[in-house]
Write a protein that binds this ligand. Structure first.
Ligand SMILES: Cc1cc2nc3c(=O)[nH]c(=O)nc-3n(C[C@H](O)[C@H](O)[C@H](O)COP(=O)(O)OP(=O)(O)OC[C@H]3O[C@@H](n4cnc5c(N)ncnc54)[C@H](O)[C@@H]3O)c2cc1C
Length: 356
């Protein structure tokens, strides 16, 4: 939720993390080949390829349970890609029985089973605060490794435009939304013409006094488009899925649209001011504060990359943050290929090879 001064990190920070006092050094631990930071889908895909490469590694994850960001979506969230096009390397996502588009719970179950199946060494409740260079490699809050893979996602750094600070009503982001019962009797404005905005607007339609605000008229992908086509578009479009600006008509969205309940309006300051609650479905930024000590970040908080490799730090790779870390790499199906290339690069750097 937004506070008077800005976004409250406590609202979005990965739950359950154990904050270690950075002044208390760990007993010097054995140096691993690779430390992976983040145990969501990108971190697990990294684990799959690191194991195949025969590298010694661990995966550190701030949450106490598997599933990454998928644990935190709203109740009715549906994937915009069917199960058969939402798989990580090695293990297909089980079919989702109802209407094709899986729920977030289905993804959480899949990721938990994936982790178990490949016996991935995920250490839970460990939130990494700082990555530093050492003479031999990296110090990750007192643990040591020759190389680091950062796979911490974006959910933990929601983006809200500055105009929100000046509005009188309650200002929320996608990450705060659960279901319509939170807003009974309220005038609610949903801002954003992407998949999140459309799904939340569809969820609220008919339950609250809703206005859906988008920068341009919403563009729906053809109803019959499948996730493979979406992935292909994302892979060959420099801006990725988000940049397409197109909405996948998952069943709840299609239903609300076809009943005439999903009418989008252009941005209007008066409408924003009159709302009891504004829900900003305006995207995310990469969650990279743990890399600040490396001095690689640009003023906007990013780390420049060539593919997944950090420019100026050949043994640091960034996975899953968006198209800038690989085509469609922020999707379930898209993270595999970029991860495979990243681990192959690291394996060469560290003198191992990736098995086919
Ligand atoms: C609303 C929505 C709908 C989407 N729908 C689809 C879809 O239909 N199909 C699709 O393929 N993709 C979809 N995506 C995109 C994508 O699959 C997700 O963004 C995905 O969760 C990204 O996975 P990740 O592993 O990179 O990050 P995350 O899932 O966020 O995992 C990162 C992990 O790192 C941990 N972490 C963070 N910081 C630290 C730290 N400092 N130290 C240790 N651990 C840390 C977190 O606790 C978390 O467990 C959707 C995204 C959103 C937001």
């Amino acid at each position: 939720m937004l506070t008077g001064r800005g976004w409250s990190p406590a609202a979005a920070a990965p739950a359950g993390g154990v904050d270690r006092d950075p002044r208390t050094p760990h007993r010097r631990s054995r140096t691993l080949n690779v430390i992976v930071i983040g145990g969501g889908q990108a971190g697990l895909a990294a684990g799959y390829y690191l194991r195949r490469a025969g590298l010694e590694f661990t995966i550190l994850d701030a949450q106490l349970e598997p599933g990454g960001a998928w644990r935190h979506g709203w109740d009715s969230l549906r994937l915009f890609s069917p199960a058969r096009h939402s798989s990580l390397p090695g293990r297909p996502m089980p079919r989702f029985p109802v209407e094709g588009y899986p729920t977030a719970d289905h993804v959480v179950d899949y990721l938990a089973a994936y982790e178990k199946r490949y016996e991935l060494p995920v250490e839970r409740g460990v939130r990494v605060r700082s990555v530093l260079r050492t003479a031999e490699g990296f110090d990750v809050d007192g643990r040591h490794a020759d190389a680091v893979i950062s796979a911490t996602g974006t959910w933990w750094r929601p983006f809200v435009p500055a105009v929100a600070w000046r509005l009188p009503g309650r200002q929320l982001h996608t990450v705060d939304y659960r279901n319509p019962a939170q807003f009974t009797g309220q005038r609610v404005v949903v801002v954003g013409g992407g998949n999140s905005g459309a799904q939340i607007a569809a969820d609220l339609a008919g339950h609250v006094d809703l206005t859906w605000v988008t920068q341009r008229p919403p563009r729906y992908l053809p109803d019959e488009i499948d996730g493979k086509a979406l992935f292909d578009i994302a892979t060959h479009n420099p801006g990725g899925v988000a940049a397409l600006g197109d909405i996948v008509a998952v069943p709840p969205v299609r239903g609300a649209r076809d009943r005439g309940l999903l009418t989008a309006h252009p941005m209007d300051p008066g409408v924003l001011r009159s709302a009891d609650t504004v829900i900003w479905a305006t995207g995310f930024r990469a969650s990279l504060s743990h890399l600040a000590g490396l001095g690689l970040r640009t003023p906007d908080g990013r780390v420049p990359t060539a593919g997944t490799r950090a420019v100026g730090e050949p043994r640091l790779h960034l996975l899953g943050y968006g198209n800038w870390t690989g085509p469609a790499s922020a999707t379930l199906i898209g993270v595999g290929p970029t991860t495979k290339a990243a681990v192959a690069h690291l394996a060469r750097e560290l003198g191992a090879t990736v098995r086919r």
